[in-house]
Design a protein around this ligand. Structure first.
Ligand code: NOJ
Length: 529
C-alpha cells in the first residue's frame, strides 16, 4: 500500500448546496456561474475541495436528487459550458471539484424510466424494480418510502408497481441488472473525463435491494406519529451484502484516473459503516464512507470520546477517517447545540484526525431558517407535515453581506433569508475578530500549517467534568485540545504548553499547565512542550 498522502486526506471538503450559494442571474436560485464568482472566498477560506450537490437536469421534485439526465446541467444552474468554466477556475486556484452523483434512483422523467414504464416487454423494463401486485391485490411487500408512505406506486397502464426508496418521482434503478451498472459507470466516466476529482455518491448503502423482495421485519420501537418509514426495519432494502461488490466496481472506474476520490453517503453504525472501505485489506471500496456520527451522537464529552475511540479502533488498517458536522439534510449545528457550542464543534471538527466536511454557511454560524407553512419547498415536509422531517431550514441562502438580497440574489430568493442576516454574514464577520468566520479561518489556517493537525495521530482521549480532551501528535509537534461541551464553566487540568487558539479568541501565546478554567463552549488548542 502506498504511504503517499493525497489531497483528500490532508485537505478540507466544503459542501455547496447550489440552489442556495450564489445566484448570478437574479432568478432567486443559485447557479454554477454564481459559484464561480465566489471561488476566491473559498480559496482564501482555506478549504481544499468543493463538493457541489446535484446540478443535473431535473424536474426538481427533490431539488436535483431526481436526475433526468446524468450527463447534463439543468438550465436553472447553467450549461455544460458553465460547468467547464467552473472546473477550470476551481483547478486554477489549486482547488478540487467533487460532484454529487445519484445512482440509486433517477427521475421518473429520465428517458430510461419512460421507456421502462412504456410496456412490460420494453428492453429497459428490468432497469427498475417492477413487481406484480400481491396475490389478491395491493402492494407487493411492506417496503416503505423514506419520505413517508409505501415505497410502491402502481402503474395503471402496465398493471405493475414500481419501487421508490424516496418520492414516487424517484424510481429506484435495478442494480442487479448489469446494463444499469454499465450505464451509470459510463455517466461517471463522462464527468471524470471532464476533470472532476471525485464523487459523493448519494445513499450508497441503499443501492441494491433483496432479489427475492422479502418483507422487511417490523420495527418494535416504532410509534405512531414518527415517520412511517421506520414502521419496518430496512432489513432487505439497505446495506445488502451485494452492495460492496458495486462499490468496488465504482472504485475501479475511478481508479483508471489518478487521485480521484469516492465518497459514500452512508448512515450506518460505525461497524457496518467501515465495511464500506472495502471488504478486504486492500481497501478497494470508498476512500471516504461519510461518517455522520458527530451529527447523530448526543452532544456530551463522554459520548463523543467513546465515539472517537470506537471509530478509530473500528477503522481497517490503512483506512483514512473522516468527520461530517452538517449537511443539507440535517438541522444546522448552531440550532442543534446552540451558538456557543457550535464554536466548540468547529474546533472539534477541524482538529480531529481525518478529513472534515463543512456544509456551506456553517462557517458563519448560520442557524436554521424560519419557514412559514406557505413557504415550504421540501417534499419531505410536504409529505409528512409537522413531524420534523423538513429540510428547508438548513437550505436557506448563503449570507454574503447586509444588502437586501444578502449578496445572494438581486431577485426573490427561493427560500427566505435568515432573520439574523445583518449579523451573520461574510462581510460583517470578516471585519470581526471574534466572529465564527474568523474562528473558522484561523482553524483552517492552523490545520494547513501544522502536519500534526492534518496528518498526526490522535492520542490520550479523555474527559473530565464534561470537557473533552485529546492530543494530536506528529514527530516533535504535539497539540492538546480541550473542549468544554457543557453549559457551565469548568476547571480541568491541561498539560504544560502555550495557547495557540481559543474559540473565544483570547489569550494566544499565554503559557498554561495545570488547572485551567474553561467557559461553556470554549475550546483551547495548546501547543505542548
Ligand atoms: C440523500 C440526499 O442527501 C437527500 O437530500 C435526498 O433527498 C436523498 N438522498 C434522495 O436522493
Amino acid at each position: 500500500m502506498s504511504t503517499e498522502r493525497l489531497w483528500w486526506q490532508d485537505g478540507v471538503i466544503y459542501q455547496i448546496y447550489p440552489r442556495s450559494f450564489q445566484d448570478s442571474n437574479g432568478d432567486g436560485v443559485g447557479d454554477l456561474a454564481g459559484i464561480e464568482s465566489r471561488l476566491d472566498y473559498l480559496a482564501t477560506l482555506g478549504i481544499e475541495a468543493v463538493w457541489i450537490s446535484p446540478f443535473y437536469p431535473s424536474p426538481m421534485a427533490d431539488f436535483g436528487y431526481d436526475v433526468a439526465d446524468y450527463t447534463g446541467v439543468d438550465p436553472i444552474f447553467g450549461t455544460l459550458t458553465d460547468f467547464d468554466h467552473l472546473i477550470a477556475a476551481v483547478h486554477a486556484r489549486g482547488l478540487k471539484l467533487i460532484v454529487d452523483f445519484v445512482p440509486n434512483h433517477s427521475s421518473d422523467q429520465h428517458p430510461w424510466f419512460r421507456e421502462s414504464k412504456s410496456s412490460r416487454d420494453n428492453p429497459k423494463r428490468d432497469w427498475y424494480l417492477w413487481r406484480d401486485p400481491a396475490p389478491g391485490g395491493g402492494y407487493p411487500n411492506n417496503w416503505m418510502s423514506n419520505f413517508g408512505g409505501p415505497g410502491w406506486t402502481f402503474d395503471e397502464a402496465t398493471g405493475q408497481y414500481y419501487y421508490h426508496s424516496f418520492l414516487k418521482e424517484q424510481p429506484d434503478l435495478n442494480w442487479h441488472n448489469p446494463a444499469v451498472r454499465e450505464a451509470i459507470y459510463g455517466a461517471m466516466r463522462f464527468w471524470l473525463d471532464r476533470g472532476v476529482d471525485g464523487f459523493r455518491m448519494d445513499v450508497l448503502w441503499l443501492l441494491i435491494k433483496d432479489a427475492a423482495f422479502r418483507d422487511n421485519l417490523p420495527n418494535p420501537e416504532w410509534r405512531p406519529g414518527a415517520s412511517s418509514f421506520w414502521s419496518v426495519l430496512p432489513t432487505y432494502t439497505a446495506d445488502q451484502p451485494e452492495t460492496h461488490q458495486i462499490v468496488a466496481e465504482m472504485r475501479s472506474v475511478l481508479d483508471h484516473y489518478p487521485e480521484r476520490v469516492l465518497i459514500g453517503e452512508i448512515y450506518l453504525d460505525v461497524h457496518d459503516l467501515v465495511r464500506y472501505y472495502g471488504a478486504d485489506s486492500l481497501l478497494t471500496g470508498a476512500q471516504m464512507p461519510f461518517n455522520f456520527h458527530l451529527i447523530q451522537t448526543e452532544w456530551n464529552a463522554d459520548r463523543i470520546a467513546e465515539l472517537i475511540r470506537e471509530y478509530e479502533s473500528a477503522l481497517p488498517a490503512g483506512a483514512w477517517p473522516n468527520w461530517v458536522m452538517g449537511n443539507h439534510d440535517q438541522s444546522r449545528v448552531a440550532s442543534r447545540i446552540g451558538p456557543l457550542q457550535a464554536r466548540a464543534a468547529a474546533m472539534l471538527l477541524l482538529t480531529l484526525r481525518g478529513t472534515p466536511t463543512i456544509y456551506n454557511g456553517e462557517e458563519l454560524g448560520m442557524t436554521n431558517g424560519r419557514i412559514a407553512p406557505d413557504q415550504v419547498q421540501d417534499p419531505a415536509e410536504k409529505n409528512q407535515p409537522g413531524i420534523g422531517m423538513g429540510r428547508d431550514p438548513e437550505r436557506t441562502p448563503m449570507l454574503w453581506d447586509t444588502s437586501a438580497g444578502a449578496g445572494f440574489t438581486t431577485g426573490t430568493p427561493w427560500l427566505p433569508l435568515n432573520p439574523d442576516r445583518t449579523r451573520t454574514n461574510v462581510a460583517t464577520e470578516s471585519a470581526d475578530d471574534r466572529s465564527m468566520l474568523t474562528l473558522y479561518r484561523r482553524l483552517l489556517g492552523l490545520r494547513r500549517e501544522h502536519p500534526a493537525l492534518h496528518t498526526g495521530s490522535i492520542e490520550n482521549i479523555w474527559t473530565d467534568k464534561g470537557v473533552l480532551v485529546y492530543t494530536r501528535a506528529l514527530g516533535d509537534e504535539r497539540f492538546q485540545i480541550l473542549l468544554n461541551l457543557t453549559g457551565d464553566i469548568q476547571t480541568v487540568h491541561c498539560d504544560p504548553g502555550h495557547i495557540v487558539l481559543t474559540t473565544i479568541l483570547d489569550g494566544e501565546g499565554a503559557p498554561v499547565g495545570g488547572p485551567m478554567v474553561i467557559e461553556s463552549g470554549e475550546g483551547l488548542l495548546i501547543r505542548l512542550g
